[in-house]
Design a protein around this ligand. Structure first.
Ligand code: PLP
Length: 366
């Protein structure tokens, strides 16, 4: 263990952060640079904070190769507020259409919120398969008069994830990437709007990153409350009101640590693939004991979900894992079983330790 009191934390979110980030934040907590104050204690309009904001944006732009015609906004309200802000901003009236692809709990919830703003069209719903797979993309029929198409790139609760970015052209693709942004490189040009709350892969809870193409900003109706208007946030450099300064500072540190540790998202993607393969190999090798929730071609590299043979064994799995320093493995109540969240910040050694535990647990209980 790198720290006597830190375990390997498989929490789905808020989730584990890189140790180096926490250490740096600790070092700088009482006085940031020459300021003589914490980042928490300085004005969001001070040059010191403006530099942090700029650094966070520049690092995201560089890591994700975000083209110039996209704005990066730092908002509050979590991913949930985006469920409403998206239809409020991208639909000019409630008669306009939007297409939703429902692959799990988070797309289901986004669709429910969108129903309050308009009449979104469900293009596909994986409920009949218990959300264990993604759709056959070429068989989906999007409505050409829809104003956008909505997907969730990684369903955090079920553990299903698109491995490549589907195209919905000419409809602008809107994507909730809350639990997988920065896990691999993306082709940003394929998206109209891409967003993520921070507390899975980017930093602590409290800030949500919205990456939006310039032309979509034109749609935001003036009648919207100020805070809910994307265009206003873009015009005001995400300083329309006081932004979550400390969360943005930590997000910047997370991006810096990715740049320093991995260089780019290609090498981070390889590592994430290697981590996920270790666990999925065990599910494939021992299907009589471990049953994966996701179909093989829809498996998530971020959230590995599986069942053990009984509720009794599940309780023991979770308890014995906790005693072995492998924490927060209990699955979401709606799916049950085990969920191992292995985001960017989960080290390979943590996944290896879990893999060993799984083999040992099976040998003792099969
Ligand atoms: C966690 C999560 C959300 C909800 O985020 P909040 O910040 O709690 O609103 C939405 N979508 C996905 C894919 C998530 O993983």
């Amino acid at each position: 263990m790198v720290h006597p009191h830190r375990n390997y934390n498989f929490s789905a979110g808020p989730a584990t952060l890189p140790l180096s980030v926490l250490q740096k934040a600790q070092e700088q907590l009482l006085s940031y640079g020459e300021t003589g104050a914490s980042v928490m204690e300085i004005s969001h309009r001070s040059q010191t904070f403006l530099d942090i904001l700029d650094s966070a944006r520049t690092r995201l732009r560089s890591l994700l190769a975000i083209p110039k015609n996209y704005q990066i906004l730092f908002l509050q309200g979590g991913a949930r507020l985006q469920f409403s802000m998206i239809p409020m901003n991208l639909l000019e009236s409630s008669d306009e259409l939007a297409d939703y692809v429902i692959t799990g709990s988070w797309s289901q919830k986004a669709h429910q919120e969108a129903l309050k703003e308009a009449t979104p069209n469900v293009v596909w719903d994986g409920a009949t398969h218990d959300y264990d797979r993604l759709p056959q993309w070429d068989q989906l029929a999007f409505n050409p008069s829809s104003r956008y198409a909505y997907i969730v790139s990684n369903e955090t609760i079920q553990g299903v994830q698109y491995q490549s970015c589907p195209s919905t052209a000419p409809l602008p693709l809107v994507c909730d990437a809350s639990s997988d942004l920065l896990y691999r490189p993306l082709h940003l040009e394929q998206y109209g709007l891409l967003y993520a709350c921070a507390q899975k892969n980017l930093g602590p809870a409290g800030v949500t990153v919205v990456i939006i193409r310039d032309d979509l900003l034109e749609r935001s109706p003036d009648r919207l409350p100020g805070y809910l208007n994307y265009r206003l946030h873009a015009e005001q450099n995400s300083l329309y009101n006081t932004p979550p300064t400390f969360a943005i500072y930590l997000l910047d540190l997370v991006c810096q640590s990715i740049q320093e540790t991995h260089g780019n998202l290609d090498s981070l993607h390889q590592l994430n693939q290697e981590k996920a393969d270790l666990l999925y190999q065990i599910l494939d090798d021992h299907p009589d004991f471990y049953t994966g929730h996701a179909q093989s071609d829809s498996r998530s590299l971020m959230n590995v979900t599986f069942q053990v043979p009984s509720e009794n064994l599940l309780d023991r799995f979770v308890q014995e894992a906790t005693e072995a320093g492998l924490a927060n493995l209990k699955g979401h109540r709606s799916v049950g079983g085990v969920r191992a969240s292995i985001y960017n910040a989960m080290p390979l050694d943590g996944v290896k330790a879990l893999a060993e535990f799984m083999i040992d647990f099976k040998n003792r209980n099969a």
